[in-house]
Write a protein that binds this ligand. Structure first.
Ligand SMILES: NC(=O)c1ccc[n+]([C@@H]2O[C@H](COP(=O)([O-])OP(=O)(O)OC[C@H]3O[C@@H](n4cnc5c(N)ncnc54)[C@H](O)[C@@H]3O)[C@@H](O)[C@H]2O)c1
Length: 351
């Protein structure tokens, strides 16, 4: 991959803006406002009340549009507007020579995601995708434990109650896309077979417009079997990852951040177990640190645009429902055609 032409290493503070300061973007802004060597240059959101709430809390300019933010002069932005706007916002920033971090999923369609990749590559700018789960210290401990192992299977559970904020995005795009990315990252391979089972169990009561249960099975090019169990029916949140390798069985709880490995399997069925050491870093802080570092050093970011498109393509394939379904639909009406409802502002203040 080419080195970034527009690296920033002048010793001055990097000016970073946030586009879209709802639930996720407000957290981006909070973290960036505390970064050494970074100046939070402003937040842009057409919801004036929300922009002023976040800008006022963090002491940075609150702007109504992306153009006003770009006119103030920024080196980089993070984009946490609704997914169907990612492409246009990213292209507008890239056209002004601004590095971009785009929240997951990269865009509504594979074609839109590819437009962002092409534009960033042509401009020699850093493009990173916000697959924040890769920066969860428990996920990193699992990745480290299986790094030189021969992986056989991966089982991921990501379940919880129906989030009141959700509009017409289902569990595949909202939740499973995180785990599709993890499967590709853990295996350093790509998913070549998909067997999805989806259901809208609560749809009849009009709570969920899209699938709220998904049982997804995959095979990677490297031969690993993987499955994701995700739903909005479980009354409590659970996020677990189990990885079987030839020599180990690794179990991680992404919420409690406890990671255990079983090893030393004996013919009599006995084995040893140990807890692995897991860090305490806030995943979003680690993600944004990696974004800033990639810009400063002109190195490829840890989650590339291509990674973002790969996980979106598999998620769309799951939604299309057939193993042989095309990965590029003509449209993706299931992705945020209706903006999500305003979240509790307190969630930001207390996060
Ligand atoms: N990485 C993660 O774990 C994670 C978690 C939640 C959301 N997300 C992603 O973050 C993005 C935002 O999700 P959210 O939950 O914060 O949504 P949200 O609805 O809370 O926030 C979106 C914000 O964007 C604003 N907005 C709308 N149009 C805009 C425009 N043209 N320019 C600038 N801002 C605009 C809205 O007013 C709103 O404040 C989505 O892509 C979502 O998939 C990622």
């Amino acid at each position: 991959m080419m080195l970034q032409a527009a690296k920033i290493n002048t010793g001055r503070a990097m000016r970073v803006g946030v586009v879209g300061v709802g639930v996720m973007g407000a957290n981006h802004a909070r973290v960036l406002s505390e970064f050494p060597g970074v100046e939070l240059a402003g937040v842009a959101d057409p919801d004036r009340k929300q922009a002023h709430f976040v800008g006022g809390t963090l002491g940075c300019p609150a702007l109504a549009s992306i153009e006003e933010l770009l006119d103030r002069g920024v080196d980089a932005v993070t984009i946490a507007a609704p997914t169907h706007l990612h492409r246009d916002i990213a292209l507008a920033c890239i056209a002004r020579g601004v590095h971009v971090l785009v929240e997951k999923p990269i865009a509504s369609t594979v074609a839109e995601g590819e437009d962002i990749i092409k534009a960033a590559r042509r401009a020699g700018l850093t493009l990173m995708i916000g697959h924040v789960e890769r920066f969860n210290p428990a996920v990193q401990a699992i990745a480290e434990a299986i790094r030189s192992e021969d992986i056989l299977s991966i089982a991921i559970t990501r379940v919880g109650p129906f989030p009141p904020r959700m509009s017409n995005v289902g569990v595949v795009i909202d939740l499973a896309v995180h785990d599709i990315d993890l499967i590709c990252w853990f295996t350093r391979s790509k998913i070549v077979e998909v067997q999805p089972q989806l259901s809208s169990a609560v749809a009849a009561s009009a709570v969920a417009e899209r699938e709220d249960i998904a049982l997804l099975q995959f095979r990677t090019a490297s031969g690993v079997l993987a499955h994701i169990n995700t739903n909005w029916l479980t009354p409590f949140k659970a996020r677990t990852v189990h990885v079987a390798t030839k020599r180990k069985y690794v179990i991680g709880d992404l919420l409690t951040r406890q990671v255990t490995e079983c090893y030393g399997f004996q013919p009599d069925g006995s084995y040893s177990m140990r807890h692995l050491s897991v860090g305490h870093a806030e995943p979003l802080r680690a993600e944004l640190t990696a974004f800033v570092k990639a810009i400063r050093e002109g190195t490829p970011p840890p989650v590339t645009g291509e990674d973002g498109v790969a996980s979106l393509a598999v998620a769309i394939q799951c939604l299309n429902g057939r193993a042989d379904a095309a990965v590029t639909p003509k449209s993706a009406p299931y992705i945020e055609a209706v903006p999500a409802k305003r979240r509790a502002r307190a969630a930001f203040a207390s996060s």
